[in-house]
Structure formats: C-alpha cells, structure tokens
Design a protein around this ligand. Structure first.
Ligand code: NDP
Length: 520
C-alpha cells in the first residue's frame, strides 16, 4: 500500500496537531475539506465540501476488555501497526494495530469473562444499553459519516444519509427485541456464547452494526475484526461503547488483516463465527469450522440480476439501475451487476443509461454533490481494471460515458457498462465489485428467469414491470434471498437479508437475524 503522508495531514486538506501517544484521547484534527474541484463543463455545480472536523489519533491499539491497548506482542517492532489510507487521496490517515494470535486470545478471554454477567443481565437492561448506543450514534452521526468516507472512499452523501442512519436503526431495532425473545421462541433462549465476527470494507460501520446488535440483544459477547482498509469507524464505535458504559469485555475489537480474521475463526474459545466477505474466504472459513461445535453464518458474494420488462416505467427503471450498480461504487454484495432487459426496450434503456451516466459526478467523496466516490483500495481497483480488460478481450463493448475529470491521485473508476455481453463471459459470471454493469437481453419471461438464475450466487434480484402479477410470478421463481420490485438496494433493519447457493447461509436483519445468536 502507498505510504504517502499527504492528504489528511497535508496543508491543503487538513489542519493537524502533532501528537504521538497513540491513544484516541490524543487527537489529530483533520478537516474533511479538500481542494476545490475544477469547474465542469455544462451545468456547473458549486463545490460543497463537508466541513465537519474529525479528530483522529496518530495510531490506534485494539479495544479489549473495555480499554484501548497496544498490540500484545512485537510491541516494539515496525509491523505492530499498519497504515490506513484515504483512497481518494492515497494519504495515510493514521495507523492501526496488526492483531496477532495473542491479541485475539486476550480479546476472546475478555469476551468469555464478560459472558456470565452480560447474559444474566435482565433482558430489558441489555436493551437499554443498545438504545443508548443507538442514540449516541445519532448524536455523533456527522463525525461517523465523515470518518467513514475518509477511510472508505464512499460519497459523504451516502455515508451521511444511508450508512450511519441505518447503523443507528439497527441498534434501535435490536434494542427493541432484547426483552421480547421469549415471545419469539416461547421461552427465554440462551445465548450462543462468544461470537467471532469478521466484516468487510464496503459498509464498515453498518456491517459492525449488523453483527453486534443482534448478538448483544441475545446476551452474547463479541470479538469483532473490521477490514484492514476500513478499521476507523469500528474503533470510533468502541469509544461510543465506552461512553455508554457497556461492561468491559462485552465487545472487543481487534484490528488487522486476514491473518487476524483467521486467528479469530480458529480460536478454540469462539462459539460462533459470523462472516461477511468474499466467497473464497467464506469457503475457507466453512472448512476451518467444519467438524467443530462452532456455529457459522456466511454472507458472501453475489452477481445479482436486475430484470427490466418492456412494460416497465423506463425512466424510473434507469434510476433503479443506477442505484443498483453505481451506489457505493458498485462495491455492494447485492449490486445489480447483471442487467437483463427485454429486447423491445433494450435500445431505449441503453440510450437513457448512457445519458444518465454522463451526468453522474465522480470525484471527491467529501463533496456533497459527488455521486460516485473512490474505489476502496489499490488492490480492488486493480481487480476491477483486470475485469474491464477481460470483458473487452472476450468481445464485449465497454461504454463509459462519464464526463467527470478524475482527480490525479486516488483510486478511481468511472461508472460504466458492457454491451454485447454473453452469459458465458467472465464479466457476466464473476463478482467484479466495482461500478461495472453487464447488459444482456431476453425475449420471454421464462428466458429472463432462466438467465437470472444462471449463476452460482443467489443473494438479490430486481424486477421492473408495470404488472403486479408478473412481479409475484417472477419473484417466487428467482433463487435470491432478496427480490426488490420496482426499486433496488433498499434496506431496513426489520427485513432479513442473506443468500442462497454460493452467496452463503443464515439471515441478518429482522426477527430472522436473531436466530443465529440464540440456542434453543
Ligand atoms: P475478503 O473476503 O478477503 O475480506 C473480508 C474480511 O475477511 C476482511 O475483514 C478480511 O481481512 C477477512 N479475511 C481475509 N482472509 C481471511 C481468512 N482466511 N480468515 C478469516 N478472515 C479473513 O474480501 P476482500 O476484502 O479481500 O475482497 C476480495 C473480493 O471479495 C472483492 O473483490 C469482492 O469481490 C468480494 N467481497 C465481497 C463482499 C461481500 O459483502 N459479499 C465484501 C468484500 C469483498 P482483510 O480486510 O485484512 O483482508
């Protein structure tokens, strides 16, 4: 990873105060403002940089047993910490601890020690802690949104209006369930125990909420590992847990790379593993936990079909397509990355899509006008670029009508789509995890269903049609955990989410999301 130290520490982008003690109490003040973008041709949008200031420490340790602590072993060695980078500027934001097996062991022991008291707490009291966490998240929402955007590259308007409100909503929702479990299960269920939770980088704080809120509501204790590239909001959440007085050890957060994730999964003191991420790593975790008594839920990749019938409202459908694949730069497990359009309207859909892509603003994620931000990491950008080349090599036509001028630094990919795609093309089969859409046609309803299901994945799907009967008919035949009708990428804590086939198993959200965290 680049080790440039401009960005949040540079004069153009931030005001900083030097300090080195590595505790979040000692902070660097990083303004979320950036240099003004160049004027655009056509309609000129005035720059609208986010101006909320966020304090960031020089480095962060793990959050274990209610305290931030330095990494246990190799404390003096250089590789005890690694940088986390702003993908929009390539600047180092701060450094976080690389979790070792002994750090994970300390976290699991703290979670184990906290379990008896936490699980014995009256459920209504556990609920109160979750309500407090939710309210504090709301109070610190702007700060969390800015930090999320700095660390992940997603547009501030998404982290501000979607991610963080959903995070608070998840804690509120499961706070409400904490004292009602006996009504769901007929008696007060026992918790599973110590939960090891490994989350990805595309929705860092939201994935932490999806994992922690139901686990805590059911009386479990947790060891959570955020992704290597996006650890900062989980660590900020740890501060919130301290503020609300959550008993030490109930939630422990260990940062690090895949080795830290593997140490959690393999630790003998873990009772349940919950993982969201790639299908490849999901398969490794399934193998590692097979034959053990560990419970497992996996939320893995997708190649979700988005079906547009010729009776659909095309303008709205095009907005749905944009929402489906360009939201969060397409780095969404349920992204509608395979567009299936009925033959009679494919030319119209393509033309309107090109027009709409030309107007999407790509660039500074801290600008409130930005539609498409930075790709999360150089590694992910390289992956996307490989697929862009492969798609063309296999004969598909790449269309990238965006007129935005990309910043000179950072990891960028203009939103684009491939036309003339065959179902056998690699870009139509594999998860790209970027703002890249594959456009294909179909003639009949049966062909649409058959093409939609022609994938090893089964996470989500979208249908656009004017006919309610067609929605019901098609939706029940699609092999997907979620089917959106005349909309896409709508999330609610009360709605279960999860996959079929290689998209994993288990559900998160809704009353279904509690099931993985109780013993009956
Ligand atoms: P990974 O599946 O590798 O990462 C998800 C999480 O698992 C991260 O916290 C990661 O740590 C951790 N991890 C990695 N290896 C192991 C292991 N052996 N045991 C336990 N935990 C592990 O996703 P990537 O970030 O590498 O992305 C690769 C591809 O995965 C993307 O291109 C995309 O296609 C897909 N993906 C899918 C997601 C989804 O929600 N379906 C989310 C993210 C990615 P670390 O961050 O250090 O690697």
């Amino acid at each position: 990873m680049p080790s440039d130290t401009n960005g949040v520490h540079s004069a153009s982008e931030s005001q900083t105060t030097a300090h080195t003690n590595g505790h979040p109490d000692a902070k660097t003040t990083a303004a979320a403002t950036t240099t003004a973008p160049k004027p655009r041709t056509g309609i000129a949008y005035a720059p609208a940089p986010e101006s909320v200031k966020v304090e960031i420490a020089d480095h962060y340790g793990h959050f274990i047993d209610g305290r931030f602590i330095e990494p246990k072993s190799s404390r003096k060695s250089d590789d005890a910490y690694f940088p986390t980078i702003n993908p929009a500027t390539e600047a180092v934001i701060t450094r976080v601890a690389q979790g070792t097996e002994s750090d994970v062991d300390a976290a699991v022991k703290a979670a184990r020690a906290a379990l008896p008291k936490w699980s014995a707490l009256p459920a209504v009291e556990r609920g109160k802690y979750l309500f407090r966490i939710a309210r504090r998240i709301q109070e610190r929402a702007r700060e969390l949104a800015v930090l999320e955007t700095l660390d992940s590259g997603k547009p501030i308007k998404e982290s501000r209006d979607i991610d963080v409100p959903l995070v608070a909503a998840h804690f509120f929702y499961y706070a409400g369930w904490a004292d009602k479990l006996e009504w769901v299960y007929g008696r007060q269920p026992a918790p599973v125990g110590v939960c090891g939770q490994v989350i990805p980088w595309n929705f860092p704080l939201l994935m932490a909420a999806w994992k922690l809120a139901p686990a805590l509501a059911c009386g479990n204790t947790c060891v959570l590992k955020p992704a290597e590239t996006t650890p900062l909001t989980a660590l900020r959440l740890a501060e919130i847990l301290q503020e609300v007085g959550l008993p030490p050890g109930v939630v422990n957060i260990v940062t690090g790379d895949g080795r830290t994730g593997a140490a959690i999964v393999n630790h003998a003191g873990i009772d349940k593993v919950a993982f969201t991420g790639s299908t490849d790593v999901g398969k490794k975790i399934a193998k590692a936990t097979a034959g053990s008594s560990k419970k497992l839920t996996l939320e893995l990749g997708g190649k979700s079909p988005h079906i547009i019938f010729d009776d659909a409202a095309i303008d709205q459908a095009v907005e749905g397509i944009v929402q489906g694949i360009y939201f969060n730069q397409g780095e969404v497990c349920c992204a509608g990355s395979r567009l299936l359009v009925q033959e009679g309207v494919i030319a119209e859909v393509r033309k309107k899509l090109e027009l709409r892509l030309a107007s999407l603003r790509v660039g500074d994620p801290m600008d409130k006008n930005t539609d498409v931000g930075a790709i999360n990491s150089k590694q992910q950008l390289d992956t996307i670029n490989r697929y862009l080349q492969l798609g063309q090599d296999e004969g598909a036509e790449l269309c990238s009508p965006s007129t935005s001028t990309l910043p000179s630094k950072g990891y960028w990919c203009k939103p684009c789509f491939f036309a003339n795609v065959q179902p056998s093309h690699t870009i139509a089969r594999e998860e790209i995890f970027g703002p890249v859409l594959s456009l294909m046609s179909f003639r009949t309803v049966e062909e649409a269903i058959s093409k939609a299901n022609n994938t090893p994945y089964g996470l989500a799907a979208g249908i656009w049609t004017d006919k309610g009967s067609k929605v019901l008919e098609v939706a029940k035949k699609l092999q997907a955990g979620v089917v959106w009708c005349n909309t896409y990428n709508k999330f609610d804590p009360a709605s279960p989410f999860g996959g079929f086939k290689e998209s994993g198993f288990g559900r998160e959200g809704g009353v279904h999301g509690l099931r993985a965290y109780v013993q009956l």
